[in-house]
Design a protein around this ligand. Structure first.
Ligand SMILES: Nc1ncnc2c1ncn2[C@@H]1O[C@H](COP(=O)(O)OP(=O)(O)OP(=O)(O)O)[C@@H](O)[C@H]1O
Ligand SMILES: [Mg+2]
Length: 666
């Protein structure tokens, strides 16, 4: 690793009071954090178990752990906390569950679970469910309880929402469950209200480091303040120009506010960029300069001019995907780069589909971050729900999810009776089922099925404590004959195979966690947390092209970057009221690139099955004229012609091969 520059070194060595490292992309902020962790242990006498580093995604946390692992002694990494805010909140919540009023084995409900809960509470229309959940989340972010909101209600509508919030909370408590907001909100409230808990945690976390500070929201900040206390030994690093989570309550102004709360705050600015060539950097600077900014920053690079930023015109988004893939193939052969040296970035998830298709057609391996979640897949959810119900028998959401998977013919009437019974007895659905089947309250085939389910749970629960989570999962899959069931209920062979592959992947993943000696509870929580910010994230270290949303690309770097869909309506997004935030998003995208950057501009895109004209992104004009290779109509036409020729040949080859095969079998 090359040496730190003087300012980075100063940031590393400043350990006595609060420190903000405020600097643009690629200036080594994250590196300062990893180096500083090493410094704290080796030179400042801070024990690893007293150090906590918070990053934005699980992926980033994992990378940081890896980097720190190379820097400090082996056992140290295991002792310190390197995690996301949510993970840190979960640790707090699990250790302090008594004080919070929860039992051990807390379940985490995801977006689908909480929507289902709101539906059960009588709000049926999807849009209204969304509004209600949004509203509840907002209240939580403001640290307001149901009682607070009821007291503050000014209209009948507010009062109704406040009542819904109250019922929602009551149900969560009954399930011994929390939602994602609670992972931060509950620990924060506890830290604020309970002095002894606060003291305990302040003694434990003696030095706190936060990466991507510009995207912390007010509750996360409140949690951080409570943790660092008056000693305020912390380092936060961030870049106001990369604040892209306003919709989650993050504000670039957070950085400025820090000085108000901590007047003794030291601020260190970094200006040298170690990531990108000068042309890429000038492009980034020239775009972000159009924003009204809190801090002017001018980044410079010593990595040379580099190649020009390439802007490509393409007729439509299908051709765009093919063109990006074929350019990548050609470039890779010429440059000898790996697939993992390429990233394709886009504004919205749905844009990934065409790119995936184009990559698959060429047999190129890729991984996706921030896409449709592995954990959103029904098969994965079902199996995880089985694990959840074993970890927490009160998890009614998990019970309802799996009671008819595979089909057990338990109809709505039976489930309703169970629900009523559970409510009367004040117990969880599983317990209600156990009692009802023991008492013979539900007769016939349904009764027998229910009894079988309860027996299974009882038997399995008895052994789970001594079993590895992956073995538990393997037993569940075998016991349910889940693979056969999937195959039997999915007539389409390709889809069935895909589902079976998901099951294998889940199995692999669970095995990897089990090898790290994670308990069942850990595994279940890990899955819930992984799901939240980044989505599918395995395949680490494989040679795969990275596909990611611009949001999910934050903090990462790649030699070659493509940003697709450079049209008005996509980037900036059509629903935005905040063009500055979209521009920051573009800035984040540009600054991921180390050596080459290609922007593609489709003239038409497919919307609802029809090709519609779209104007080029207004951000393109903000790029510096001299650093950009603008589209060349003649070259584009030639390239398109060549590509068409290639496709025809591929078809011919395949067709030819098939007819040869047919001839053989004849
Ligand atoms: N002093 C240095 N000398 C050489 N390379 C460095 C130095 N500091 C950081 N780097 C390298 O520069 C690249 C960018 O660093 P890093 O990811 O820490 O930047 P960052 O400021 O966190 O960027 P971002 O704002 O995108 O998160 C990394 O590859 C890192 O290893
Ligand atoms: Mg960083």
């Amino acid at each position: 690793m090359p040496k730190l520059n003087d300012r980075q070194q100063a940031a590393v060595e400043h350990v006595s009071g609060p420190l903000l490292v405020l600097a643009g992309a690629g200036s080594g902020k994250t590196r300062v954090i990893t180096e500083k962790i090493g410094y704290l242990i080796e030179h400042a006498g801070v024990e690893p178990r007293h150090i906590a580093a918070v990053t934005f995604t699980n992926k980033a946390a994992r990378e940081m752990r890896e980097r720190v692992g190379k820097r400090v002694r082996r056992d140290a990494v295991g002792q310190m906390t390197i995690s996301t805010f949510h993970r840190l909140g979960l640790d707090l919540l699990r250790e302090e569950h008594d004080a919070i009023g929860l039992r051990a084995n807390v379940s985490i409900l995801d977006a689908e679970d909480t929507s289902a809960l709101i539906r059960d509470l009588g709000v049926t229309e999807p849009d209204r469910i969304k509004i209600a959940l949004r509203w509840i989340s907002d209240q939580k972010q403001l640290l307001l309880s149901p009682a607070d909101t009821a007291a503050a209600a000014e209209s009948e509508a507010d009062a109704t929402l406040a009542r819904l919030y109250e019922q929602y909370e009551a149900h969560l408590a009954a399930y011994n469950a929390v939602d994602f907001d609670d992972l931060i909100v509950k620990p924060t409230r506890l830290l604020q209200d309970d002095e002894s808990v606060r003291n305990r945690w302040q003694r434990r976390i003696r030095y706190l480091l936060v990466d991507e500070y510009q995207d912390t929201n007010p509750v996360q900040y409140a949690m951080m303040r409570a943790l660092v206390g008056v000693r305020a030994r912390f380092t936060v690093v961030g870049d106001d120009d990369q604040s892209i989570y306003r919709f989650r309550g993050a504000r670039p102004e957070n950085l400025a506010d820090l000085k108000v709360d901590y007047p003794e705050l030291q601020v260190i600015k970094l200006e040298q960029n170690y990531r990108s060539t000068s042309r890429i950097l000038r492009s980034a600077n020239s775009v972000i300069e159009r924003n009204t900014r809190l801090y002017e920053k001018t980044l410079w690079s010593a990595l040379g001019e580099g190649t020009k930023v390439r802007v490509l015109n393409v007729p439509d988004d299908t051709v765009e995907a093919e063109r990006v893939v074929s350019r990548m193939q050609t470039h890779r052969i010429r440059s000898n780069d790996n697939w993992s040296d390429y990233a394709i970035l886009y504004r919205s998830n749905h844009q990934a589909r065409l790119i995936e298709q184009a990559l698959r057609a060429q047999g190129i391996a890729y991984k996706m971050t921030g896409g449709r979640s592995f954990f959103d897949r029904a098969e994965v959810k079902d199996l995880v729900a089985y694990l959840r119900l074993l970890a927490n028998p009160d998890d009614d959401r998990a019970f309802l999810r799996i009671i008819n998977v595979p089909r057990r013919e338990l109809g709505p009437a039976t489930l309703q009776r169970l629900g009523n019974y559970a409510q009367e007895r004040g117990c969880a659905l599983l317990q209600a089922a156990q009692e009802a089947s023991a008492l013979g309250l539900i007769s016939g085939r349904q009764g027998a099925e229910l009894a079988r389910f309860c027996n299974w749970h009882e038997r399995q629960s008895r052994t789970t404590a001594h079993m590895r989570p992956d073995h538990i999962l393997a037993e569940i899959i075998a016991e349910l004959a889940y693979r056969d069931w999937l195959a039997a209920t999915t007539p389409d062979k390709v889809r069935a195979d895909r589902k079976l592959k998901l099951v294998d992947e889940l199995m692999d993943w669970t095995r990897r966690l089990a090898e790290d000696e994670r308990s069942l509870d850990d595994v279940v929580n890990h899955f819930s947390l992984v799901d939240m910010l980044e989505k599918q994230d395995d395949g680490e270290g494989k040679d795969e092209v990275q596909l990611a949303t611009l949001h999910a690309s934050k903090g990462l770097e790649f030699p070659n970057v493509f940003i697709v869909g450079m049209v008005d309506g996509i980037l900036p997004h059509e629903n935005t009221e905040d063009v500055d935030e979209e521009r920051r998003l573009f800035y984040v995208g540009i600054t991921r690139a180390q050596a080459t950057l290609t922007l593609t501009v489709p003239q038409q895109i497919k919307r609802g099955g029809e090709l519609v004209d779209v104007p080029p992104s207004r951000f393109l004009q903000e790029l510096p004229e001299a650093d950009v290779d603008w589209p060349d109509a003649a070259a584009d036409a030639a390239e398109q012609q060549a590509q068409r020729q290639k496709q025809i040949e591929a078809l011919r080859a395949r067709f030819g091969a098939r007819s040869a095969q047919n001839a053989e079998s004849d």
